[in-house]
Design a protein around this ligand. Structure first.
Ligand SMILES: Cc1cc2nc3c(=O)[nH]c(=O)nc-3n(C[C@H](O)[C@H](O)[C@H](O)COP(=O)(O)OP(=O)(O)OC[C@H]3O[C@@H](n4cnc5c(N)ncnc54)[C@H](O)[C@@H]3O)c2cc1C
Length: 518
């Protein structure tokens, strides 16, 4: 796989205080939405709270954001919240152009067809068929490739072999919604080991459009709402976005606002705009524009149990001599046999390696198992109306007892695979049986929060099938916050599919790509 050729830098965008479309957040979904908006010819302002290192250029971007072999840690928002036992867990989120697609693990998967179909059950607007129409295009834009066994580093190869020896078939079907139980080499958006983020994939081809203004270091505070004259006493449409841009408070008049600030940021922005559970808003002195209890509710992630070990000395020596050691390359999809939907799998096992000087041999290997369809639901709550203050994110990990039962089954299911791996001593507390108390003390998450602006009409519903916030014609949400249930997948590719579909609903079918589209 070779790195793509660099593109020439675009001229700096002119400041704009008015736009047909204001997109908040230039992350995984926001880059997609802004690119399609720009192609319509409408004036578009894209606001990103973090910095913009510009279009793809090898030396312009911080090295850790480019290196696809390991998850990047710079540019973090600094979110945290409680684990099941009250420990404080960090919840990394990237504050930079491309959002989490600029620091994530690059594993791409689509999840199970049945989950997508259940989501779109009323009108089929969000069924697997509708989303699947965008699959090939998203794969192409993100430059996703399917590595082979020859590309695997020794521990990942050992994991693949151990899973097959334990009875799970090797099937590279992570991007197939009909994929089944088994072990797969991860498709990755990493040409030449470059993390090909959503900004490179979608935004670079339109950066030179004169109707698009990209504003970095632009923290959206709130959406200013108004009433359409003679129509309603309550505010029912967006008039402007209030943002702090390079330290200056700025008002941008907006014909339409599209929130792509991610699962924490989109809900926070709605709450600061007075859209959310009325008692919570009043407590913070925020005037209530719309009592929408679902905003911030329904927060959940894939709870994950982790076993870690020192690498066996022979493995450590082998890794030491390699020029390149990608952390993550293989995912096993396993089943607890307890899934009421009949899905073929409800667990992911996603092993990785990391250098650890405190461990004999210098290498730690980590074998996590994640429950892919948790029942527990938590909430995101503002601590302050000040956009500089991070909200409190409680994912209610393991609150529903079925999550504990199923994750415990997943943990037990690791044993036959672990038996075939080149492992040294176990690091951390070995699991106890029954596992419930151990899980509460030791669980983590899979970096896949979802659901705070869920699509639907029920008590947690925030947006319609057209993506508009209930009661507001010209405010949409398009990112991982609109999943009513987190997909049985790593969430980057599903988020891109959501954005592709939402762009089609919002702006109509995409025009044919122009020659400059890259
Ligand atoms: C460490 C880590 C590893 C991961 N690994 C994988 C993986 O290997 N495979 C996978 O599929 N998924 C992975 N994920 C998950 C996946 O990347 C996310 O689910 C997905 O990228 C979310 O996309 P989004 O558009 O909803 O949000 P984001 O990509 O987070 O975009 C939100 C954007 O909005 C900006 N923003 C937020 N608030 C404001 C505001 N008020 N004003 C202006 N801008 C704002 C943010 O800075 C950000 O750029 C990982 C996540 C993390 C954190």
């Amino acid at each position: 796989m070779t790195a793509p050729a660099p593109r020439a830098p675009a001229a700096p965008a002119a400041p704009a205080t008015s736009a047909d479309v204001v997109v908040i957040g230039a992350g995984t979904a926001g880059a997609v939405m802004a690119s399609y908006a720009a192609r319509t010819g409408a004036s578009v302002v894209l606001l990103e709270a973090g910095p913009d290192p510009g279009p793809w250029q090898p030396l312009a971007w911080p090295a850790d954001l480019i290196d696809a072999d390991r998850v990047a840690t710079s540019h973090d928002w600094g979110y945290s919240g409680p684990a099941a036992d009250g420990r404080v867990l960090p919840f990394p989120r990237a504050r930079v152009m491309g959002g989490c697609s600029s620091h994530n693990g690059c594993t791409q998967s689509i999840g199970w067809r049945g989950d997508w179909d259940a989501w779109g059950s009323s009108s089929r607007a969000w069924s697997s068929a509708e989303l699947g129409r965008h699959r090939a295009h998203a794969i192409k834009r993100l430059r996703i490739q399917q590595p082979t066994v020859a590309d695997l580093q020794p521990f990942q190869r050992a994991f693949l072999d151990a899973a097959v020896a334990a009875g799970f078939p090797h099937r590279d079907d992570l991007l197939d919604p009909d994929g089944g139980q088994g072990v797969a080499i991860s498709p990755v958006n990493a040409p030449g080991s470059v993390r090909w983020n959503s900004a490179f994939a979608y935004l670079d081809p339109v950066r030179d459009h004169p109707n698009l203004a990209v504003r970095a270091n632009a923290l959206a505070d709130r959406i200013e709402l108004t009433s359409r004259p003679g129509r309603a006493s309550r505010p029912n449409q967006a008039a402007a976005v209030i943002a702090v841009i390079d330290g200056r408070r700025t008002r941008i008049r907006a014909g339409q606002v599209i929130l792509c600030a991610g699962v924490y940021g989109s809900a926070e922005t709605l709450l600061r705009s007075g859209i959310g559970p009325a008692p919570d808003l009043r407590r913070l002195g925020i005037p209530v524009a719309a009592n929408l209890p679902g905003v911030g509710a329904n927060l959940h992630d894939h709870p994950t149990a982790i076993r870690s070990f020192a690498a066996a000395p022979s493995l450590a020596r082998e890794l030491d001599h390699l020029h390149r050691v990608p952390d993550e390359q293989v995912v096993a999809k396993l089943s607890t046999g307890q899934d009421p939907t009949g899905a073929p799998y409800d667990l992911h096992v996603f092993p990785w390696t990391e250098r650890d000087p405190s461990v004999a041999g210098g290498w730690r290997v980590v074998v996590p198992v994640a429950l892919m369809c948790p029942a527990s639901r938590g909430a995101l709550r503002l601590r302050s109306a000040d956009p500089a203050v991070r909200s409190h994110a409680d994912h209610a990990f393991l609150e529903d007892p079925t999550d504990t039962e199923r994750l415990a089954a997943g943990l037990a299911g690791l044993d036959p695979i672990l038996a075939g791996l080149p492992l040294g001593e176990e690091l951390g507390e070995p699991p106890s049986r029954p596992a419930a108390a151990w899980l509460r003390r030791n669980h983590e998450h899979y970096w896949h929060p979802a659901g705070t602006c869920a699509m639907g009409d029920g008590p947690h519903g925030v947006v319609s099938e057209a993506g508009t916030v209930h009661g507001l014609a010209n405010v949409r949400v398009a990112d991982a916050s609109i999943f009513p249930d987190v997909p049985r997948a790593t969430t980057a590719f599903p988020t891109v599919l959501v954005a592709e579909r939402m762009a089609e609903i919002t702006f109509g079918p995409a025009p044919a790509p122009q020659p400059s589209a890259g």
